[in-house]
Design a protein around this ligand. Sequence first.
Ligand code: ZN
Length: 74
Amino acid sequence: MAIPDLSSVDLSKANQMKCEKCDGSTFKQTLMLYKLSALLSPNGQETIIPAAVFACEKCGHVNSEFTQKSSIQS
Ligand SMILES: [Zn+2]
C-alpha cells in the first residue's frame, strides 16, 4: 500500500482517521503477514506474504478499515 503524493490536496476537506480503540490520530506503517497454504500457493509451497498496514502509534491497534484495504485482497 503506497502513499501517493497528495501535497496539493487540501487536507482540511479530508477526514482525519483515528484509532478505533484509543482515538489516537497518528499511525505507523507496519506489516501484517499472511500465510498461504501449499494448496493455494502458486509455487506449491507454503508461502508467507507481507502486507503493509497502518497501526496506531499509541496502542498498536490496526483499524479494521486498514486490514480490509490491504494489498493482499485487492
Ligand atoms: Zn490506538
